[in-house]
Design a protein around this ligand. Structure first.
Ligand code: ZN
Ligand code: ZN
Length: 499
């Protein structure tokens, strides 16, 4: 797309009545916008619905360019550069990418030039040097504010209660709050009162999480708790794309389409991949917030930097140090298992691992065994199957992953070998867990705390063992164990555990 600038007003080339000099939007020094919205203009409510709180490409909209331009000229929307050139260095305004490796060029039919584009966010449609990002600046869609949204008969534990109050307070005061809740504390319930308070005040709420699985799990749960309101559920390929609901549940990826949309953003599993390592997703979360807004972070395992900020008083946080069932967290034990990778080459497993497995097979207690890499897992599986033929293995790309997890739930599998794919999100009621090769770099402090958090989840079977088999202790292992011990100690001091 090319634009001309006439009397400091941008006009798309298609709408020009006479030949003018035109440029890709990124070539303009400044883009002027209408001084104010024209109150006499009758705006298109469907466009408002599609565009409010978003930053979309012309291709994302179902409305003609003539009508889009009319709204622009009447002050109901703005054009922003998709790619901004700062001293000739490109920045993608949608995803914040500045890394030259993630820019490419292509012969562009829209501007007729060799057009620079961002590869980082291309899965959301191409942003190139000639692409405008379009955002709504007209009146907000009014959300109906109705009270008594919440339909939930459950009760909160003492730890949850404290956290819930802090969440409500942060939402009311437009502040940031980190909720550091141990695995199995029940962190979702802690949000209910806060979401209710926000929606009652006519605020727009977003619950974002790095993983699609979590969106799919949370959507029906929250729809049940908030039956009177519309809930939009967004992930790659979802149908709710143009839904402008008071409560949006979304993957962090989908936030790339939002711009100053939410009064309250709740970010679940801040420590989880890919959010934790992908700066463009962190940028997307910032962009999706209104200037005046609240931000709630949820995690069982904040990274080292955040932990330090909490301790130094630089970050508002509240802990839920105990599980809902008031039993302490199982504490990992360390067992040295020698150079297991070398043993594998000779088709041998460490003896203490074999003993550990046999003991559980004899007692018919189910277990998970975490392995750092897929290729190692493939070598281990046939060896372990000699102990029991029904042992299975899963990893991220395994097409039978869901079926195997279900078979584990049905107790048809005695032991499941897994990569870190099952480190979070899954609950099996009565299992022991071990890590083989806990010294591997993939097992960060956060991953190990999550893995340990798979044990003793249910009130009926709150115990269970977690063992890290290693060939040399790492800092991550030591920190993970310390974090768990500290949470148990804090929970005891606060009277949140009984055993
Ligand atoms: Zn172009
Ligand atoms: Zn981008």
């Amino acid at each position: 797309m090319r634009f001309a600038q006439i009397h400091s007003k941008l006009i798309p080339d298609k709408l020009l009545h006479s030949p003018e000099k035109t440029y890709p939007i990124s070539s303009f020094e400044q883009i002027s916008t209408a001084q104010q919205t024209n109150p006499n203009y009758i705006y298109n409510q469907e466009l408002q619905q599609q565009l409010a709180g978003k930053q979309l490409l012309p291709d994302d909209l179902t409305i003609s360019i003539e009508e889009i331009q009319e709204h622009f000229e009447n002050g109901y929307l703005i054009y922003r550069k998709g790619i901004h050139l700062e001293k000739n260095k490109p920045i993608c305004i949608r995803c914040g990418n500045k890394d030259l490796h993630f820019f490419g060029r292509f012969p562009c039919a829209r501007c007729g030039e060799d057009c620079l584009y961002c590869r980082k966010c291309i899965m959301m449609g191409r942003v190139s040097a000639c692409t405008p990002l379009i955002s709504w600046t007209g009146p907000d869609q009014q959300l109906e504010s109705t009270s008594l949204q919440l339909s939930w008969a459950g009760s909160l534990s003492d730890g949850q209660q404290t956290a819930s109050k802090r969440v409500v307070q942060a939402i009311n005061e437009n502040k940031e709050q980190l909720v550091w809740a141990v695995c199995g504390a029940g962190k979702t319930e802690v949000l209910f009162e806060g979401i209710d308070a926000a929606i009652t005040a006519g605020k727009r709420v977003c619950l974002a999480t790095p993983r699609t699985d979590v969106v799919l799990e949370l959507t029906p749960r929250l729809k049940k708790v908030f039956p009177n309101i519309q809930v939009a559920s967004l992930y790659g390929g979802s149908e709710d794309r143009h839904l402008n609901a008071p409560l949006t549940i979304t993957t962090t990826h989908q936030l790339l389409r939002f711009y100053q949309a939410f009064d309250t953003v709740i970010l679940d599993e801040v420590d989880a991949f890919p959010y934790s390592v992908d700066e463009s997703l962190q940028y997307a979360v910032r962009q999706s917030r209104k200037t005046l807004s609240s931000m709630i972070y949820l995690t069982a395992t904040p990274n080292e930097k955040w932990q330090a900020e909490c301790i130094k008083g630089k970050r508002e946080y509240v802990t839920i140090p105990a599980r809902y069932h008031r039993h302490p967290l199982p504490v990992p034990s360390f067992q040295w298992c020698g150079n297991w990778e070398k043993g594998l080459q000779k088709k041998r497993l460490p003896r203490n691992i074999i003993q550990w497995i046999n003991k559980r097979l004899d007692a018919e207690k189910q277990c998970l065994l975490f392995i750092p890499k897929i290729d190692k897992m493939e070598k281990i599986l046939p060896l372990i199957r000699l102990l029991h033929p029904k042992i299975e293995a899963v990893h991220a790309e395994d097409p039978k992953r869901k079926g195997k997890v279900q078979a584990m739930r049905n107790k048809e599998i005695p032991l499941l070998l897994t990569t870190t794919i099952l480190e979070r999100g899954v609950t099996f009621p009565n299992i022991d867990v071990a890590v083989l090769g806990a010294e591997d770099r993939i097992f960060t402090e956060s991953a190990l705390v999550q893995i340990a958090g798979r044990v003793g989840r249910s009130a009926a079977a709150p115990g269970g063992e977690i063992t890290f088999f290693h060939y040399g202790k790492t800092d991550a292992m030591i920190r993970a164990r310390k974090q768990i011990l500290q949470m148990n100690e804090e929970a005891r001091k606060k009277g949140l555990i009984d055993y």
